[in-house]
Design a protein around this ligand. Structure first.
Ligand code: GUN
Length: 286
């Protein structure tokens, strides 16, 4: 039976350090501030934003919430983002995704200053990630790297398989694993013979949004398995993309849902907000 990776515990330890850093900055006269923009009333997004606000409060980070109407036009949203870009009291800007359909996400994330882009979604920062020479790393994938490292399993030289090719998780995940010298493969909904790839993975990251999709017989014995999925079942229970009980019998390490990747994502957002302060105050070149 594998070991459950306790994302909550690892997050808690990291948040203690962040809290101290926020206090240190406060003593220096710097109040750390994260602006979170929510457009519309997507219920899942509202929960994510609430959790981010709570984490900010716990760590002494000022959270500035900007709630905007679902029908907001691109130009008006651009003005809101521009005023946050220019506001010296705002260190990080997070635009909660998804946006309503009439707004082009790829275009709008680029309105955010690359110096305040704590999600690492703008083209400049994703390009840097691609080059391997980056300052900000996206929150979910970088949290996953920390979770893998917590197992003490060496990443370098291992077969890492990412199931899912989203801009938020799959693609940047592959870049961070490459940076760690893994041999990386990205699978997706059109991949033929998926089990062939997953069974060969020493490190398996699953982000496809299908409840309990990865079964025990699809996993290599002893593998590190990271479940990024958050699915709500008809009985209102949460489950991941990995069939937890089956896979735990085969894997060496497995993240639970909830309590695995989710808390780490928020912790990395807090870390990136501190990194943004350093970037802005110390004028680090990025
Ligand atoms: N929607 C789902 N995940 C994320 C995330 O990490 N950042 C933002 N901004 N929106 C999201």
């Amino acid at each position: 039976m594998g070991v459950i990776i306790d994302g909550l515990k690892i997050s808690k330890e990291k948040r203690e350090k962040i809290k101290k850093e926020v206090e240190f900055l406060k003593d220096e006269g710097i109040n750390v501030c994260l602006a979170v923009i929510l457009v519309g009333k997507n219920p899942a997004s509202k929960i994510y934003v609430k959790n981010k606000k709570k984490a900010c409060q716990e760590l002494g980070i000022i959270s500035k919430e900007i709630l905007l109407d679902e029908k907001i036009e691109k130009e008006e949203l651009k003005e809101v983002i521009n005023s946050l870009n220019e506001d010296e009291e705002v260190n990080g800007i997070l635009l909660q995704l998804p946006l309503p359909k009439h707004l082009n996400e790829n275009e709008i994330v680029n309105y955010i200053s690359s110096l305040k882009d704590v999600d690492c979604f703008c083209t400049k920062n994703t390009g840097k990630l691609f080059s391997g020479n980056f300052y900000f790393a996206p929150c979910t994938p970088s949290g996953i790297i920390d979770l893998i490292k917590s197992t003490n399993v060496k990443i370098s030289g291992k077969n890492a398989v990412v199931v899912g090719r989203s801009n938020i998780v799959g693609k940047p995940m592959a870049m961070l694993l490459l940076k760690e010298n893994a041999t990386v493969c990205i699978c997706h909904s059109k991949t033929e013979n998926l089990e062939f790839f997953t069974k060969n993975a020493d490190i398996l990251i699953v982000a496809i949004g299908k409840p309990n999709f990865i079964r025990g017989d699809m996993v290599k014995k002893g593998a590190v398995v990271i479940d990024v999925g958050i699915n709500r079942l008809s009985n209102n229970k949460l489950c991941g993309d990995v069939f937890f009980e089956e896979v735990l019998n085969v894997a060496g390490f497995l993240t639970p849902v909830p309590g695995g990747v989710g808390p780490m994502t928020i912790t990395k957002l807090m870390e990136n907000t501190i990194k943004a302060v350093r970037l802005q105050k110390n004028k680090i070149k990025c």
